[in-house]
Design a protein. Sequence first.
Length: 720
Amino acid sequence: MSEQDRVDEQSKDRSLENYRVAPGAKLTTDEGHPISNTDDSLKAGGRGPTLLEDFHFQQKLSAFDRERIPERVVHARGAGAHGYFQPYESMAELTKAKFLGDPSTKTPVFVRFSIVVGSRGAADAVRDVRGFAVKFYTEDGNYDIVGNNMPVFFIQDAIKFPDLVHAIKPEPDNEMPQASSAHPSFWDFISLIPESMHMIMWLLSDRALPRNFSTMQGFGVHTFRWVNAEGKSHFVKYHWKPLAGVHSNVFDEAQKIAGKDPDFQRRTLWESIDKGIFPEYELGVQIIAEEDELNFDFDILDSTKIIPEELVPVRPIGKMVLNRNPDNFFAETEQVAYQPSNVVPGIDFSDDPLLQGRLMSYHDTQLHRLGSPNFVHLPINRPVCPFSNNNQDGRMQMDIKTSRVNYSPNSLGDNLPAPVAEADGGFVTFPERVEGHKIRERSPSFGEHFSQATLFWNSLSTGEKDRLVEAAHFELGKVPQVEVKQRMLDRFNKVDGELAKRVALGLGMPAPTEPATPNHGQKSAALSQENTTKTAKGRMVAILAADGVDGAQIAMLKHTLSAMHVGSEIVSKFGNMIKSADGGEIAVDKTFLTTASVLYDAVYVPGGAASIEALKAHGEALNFIHEAYKHFKPIAASGEGMDLLMQSDLKGIDLSQKNGKVSDELGVVTSRDASDMAAFATAFIDAIKEHRFWLRPVPGTASVEAKAMALNPPASAVSA
Ligand code: HDE
């Protein structure tokens, strides 16, 4: 292929088909009138006024004027994907839900991932809770699990939700800050709501900075109910576990991603599906017998509590695969309407007061957002099974009903549509026995707020703890009011005394004088992300290169990477092509200007003396490697590539003595002697599987500061 052909090939838009409508499509009005000119409005003379009779102009502009619908009050920014769910085995023993009853059933799903606080145009990578909403299109109607990426919530009763959301959203006078909880009103509210403390630990942790949607867990949060064909009920909690492992960004990286590519998470979701690397999640359940409802030292109806996996193990029951991107963002991702009240026979609710409130709020919000009860029949919300009832008319009725019978009972239409008896599969609410006085109060069983926050803290690794403390320094550091910070320090002191001291240190405040609540010392392994699946699949590697690069080394590494479903891109100073040392040509995917280190999971520097000399001259290449190192990412270099690493300030790693075939020190994989590229590639893949190397002594990170503090604690860190 000639150079010109290559340039043409590269500049050709590979997704051109996506720009085309139906073959031979002709321009018409919405009513189908053929239109001869859509570029000039109808005027009285070339320089005259526009005429009112221009129906095409009117329709085009008035349709445009109405293109926006109210964004979601929360979870406004999201990204969707289609896929399917398939159970591993029949769950019929526990639920009569048909989509869980047969391992050969593949149920179509539409998933929407979201951030909570930011508006529709916010950046993806911000510190926030993520929504994880799944709509199953089952043969018994739609079932929605509208969950989050954290297993608990801030509040116990839905009546507090507007207060929480007002407090966390931008402040009302100046609408700042966007997509951030780091402002006074949020921390003021939180410092007055002790039940939020467990969730706050999750929000300050790495969980609030997921790397991608494909590497975050999902949780149903509430306790739900499953009912089997015999009418026996069990309580159930849902867990989505990503098969790509659970991974997060570090805060510095997340902030940079928010600027370099605000669409990072929706882009990686889209691109990985496009490339056939489908995000996969295992659905797991914790099953609790009805008789055990009251046998825990917390209330299973309290959404600020988890059920530790040591008490009730998570049983994997099936797999969800996301394998198709939406065709149209508005029609699908924006108009999809999830409702926790969408359940199928075999699934029911618990009395969790947070869930009970949601059962009303989502339907109400869809009526407002989408404007009519007929939102249910928009293509993305429409059930795939037949549906019929006597609901009538309303804005945008999408069906033309032909029967004159629109009431029940009726004799003229054989009393159809006929109610379905329970024995024939009709939904019947579980006949839970309920009694009580009408009171506005909270059960005493909802009264303990700190022990699971402590459990979470105890379960984190040293690095995870460091980053949580750093997050608290940042968040509370944005709060000028000393009394708010003081109240938060008192709360942290109820979680763990050391935690309170470390947070106080960063705020420059005295540690609480009250004795800390004694730490119960319990841990739960499932709460740390470090115990996650290790895989390289789906990761993206930047290959830094310039003219004179060793093309054979690149080819060899790329071969191994793609065999492991790891993507790679050539990053260089200028676009288009570079020449390899042997005279070949290599296409450049991105330049140092159009991409950044934070957008990759790992970096590779191939050999080639001229390439390395050129890269050394660009501060961008050194900065690229330095950032990857600072963000604990795998870095590899072969041959002369090592010389670039040696200039990149990789603190704590001495490469000068490494002259052999393969060495791996804290995720820096090198091979000065590049004769065994296969072994080198394998070592690099192993490093990529780890995702991050937290033990690197990176200056400026809390772990290094914590060590310094342990040696020489400043006076303010010591409680009186
Ligand atoms: Fe939501 N929530 N929420 N929420 N929520 C909404 O519904 C609400 C809560 C969650 O991708 C809204 O369609 C109340 C917990 C997700 O379209 C609204 C309460 C959990 C999504 C609403 C909660 C969630 C929403 C806004 C307190 C995890 C996005 C737009 C009881 C289990 C769904 C909309 C999507 C969206 C109300 C708390 C998850 C206003 C009243 C707990 C994933 O109806």
